[in-house]
Design a protein around this ligand. Structure first.
Ligand code: HEM
Length: 364
């Protein structure tokens, strides 16, 4: 598609698809031409669906919780949780990477960061998965059922967070919700709605994506045992391995925008108000940008993949996701002398055009 129809209109989905690196990057770095204001199954506004100047203000407010320095302070805790999770599966001799390892890790970390009790983590996983789940099939009924479930999930989490926010207001703790309750920009605080929207966004944006990054990395390792051995024998290669996994198997395949005026891309005029889907997964394999794009290259450097987006909406949680993946994979590799797939189990993809990952990944 990148070669034959790099920009195309899809009548059925009523949107434009864009596949080339240069075009995708152009869209993401021009928020004035391509707005983020779009519905994502949840009516509450979040920074993900805001444009400047409101986006800039909100992002500045929450930025400091996610700087690499702030995130690095979580290293020890991420190590402890990783070791705890692996200890639990070691005795079994087999594990489902999603259920036993890559699923719980980000939920535990974000729940602790927000100040949510760990006992609720199963509940969080369930509801954050519901919020990002795709429809069972292409029918209208399946779409309606999905929207209904998402609505219910959002309502549940809203009530849940309302309670926590109420508690933190009267007795602040050393957590993100307390920090956000106290934060101000130009003398203004976040409204309750904004705070709620942000809490839910962190669960939705951070959990499944990081789970899929870790699981996609393990999947690649069991598919390519030469690379697995190379990384195991030199753990300083883990960060490169994580970046190449992000490029090769991006957890988020595409990013949506709305054209704010008539714009020309690749010889096509995209009319104001049209939906535009930027296919990050295709851009990451663009031969105009990457040498041998279909080869997984540990030594690839620089690696300017677009898997965390680009420009003003660049993933706020990227330092956290990278750290979690680095710690989780390093400890996994040192804990097991060889990781192998359980052959008779077919890999089943997650049912969503925008998410790349599998539902289960049994390994031993
Ligand atoms: C934004 C991907 C992990 C929080 C984004 C965007 C992408 C992305 C592509 C840009 C969306 C756009 O331009 O519309 C990923 C991937 C992750 C990951 C692949 C894991 C491998 C996380 C984590 C958190 C997080 C762990 C937080 C705990 C956010 C937030 C935004 C965002 C808050 C919105 C930023 C803004 O609009 O300014 N992410 N993300 N993400 N991500 Fe992530």
């Amino acid at each position: 598609l990148r070669k034959t129809t790099p920009v195309r209109y899809d009548q059925t989905r009523e949107c434009w698809d864009v596949f080339r690196y240069e075009d995708v990057q152009y869209i993401l770095k021009n928020p004035k031409l391509f707005s983020s204001k779009r519905g994502i199954g949840n009516k509450r506004e979040s920074i993900l669906t805001m444009d400047p100047p409101k986006h800039t203000k909100m992002r500045n407010l929450i930025n400091k919780a996610f700087t690499p320095k702030a995130v690095n302070e979580l290293t020890q805790r991420i190590q402890d949780v990783t070791i705890f999770l692996l200890d639990q599966v070691k005795a079994k001799g087999i594990m489902d990477v999603i259920h036993d390892f890559a699923g719980p890790l980000p939920v535990i970390i974000i729940a602790e960061l927000l100040g949510v009790p760990i006992k609720d983590r199963e509940l969080f996983k369930t509801y954050s998965d519901i919020l990002v789940a795709g429809a069972e099939n292409d029918s209208d009924e399946a779409f309606k059922a999905m929207m209904k479930k998402r609505q219910e999930g959002a309502e549940f989490l809203t009530e849940y967070f309302k309670e926590i926010i109420r508690e933190r207001k009267s007795s602040p703790k050393d957590d993100l919700i307390s920090l956000l309750l106290a934060a101000e920009i130009d003398g203004e605080k976040l409204t309750k709605e904004e705070l709620l929207g942000f809490c839910i966004l962190l669960l939705v944006a951070g959990n499944e994506t990081t789970t899929n990054l870790i699981a996609n990395a393990v999947r690649y390792m069991v598919e390519d045992t030469v690379i697995q051995e190379q990384v195991r024998s030199d753990l300083s290669l883990v960060p490169n391995f994580v970046e190449e996994t992000l490029r090769f198997y991006p957890p988020i395949q595409a990013i949506g925008r709305i054209a704010t005026k008539d714009v020309e891309i690749g010889g096509h005029t995209i009319r104001k108000g049209s939906q535009v889907i930027s296919w990050v997964a295709a851009a990451n394999r663009d031969e105009q940008k990457f040498v041998q794009p279909d080869r997984f290259m540990l030594e690839r450097h620089p690696n300017p993949h677009l898997s965390f987006g680009f420009g003003i909406h660049f993933c706020l949680g990227a330092p956290l996701a990278r750290l979690e993946a680095k710690v989780a994979l390093s400890i996994l590799l040192t804990s097991f002398s060889k990781l192998e797939r359980v052959e008779h189990v077919e890999l089943e993809p997650i049912q969503s055009p925008f998410v790349f990952g599998v539902k289960r990944l049994p390994i031993r």
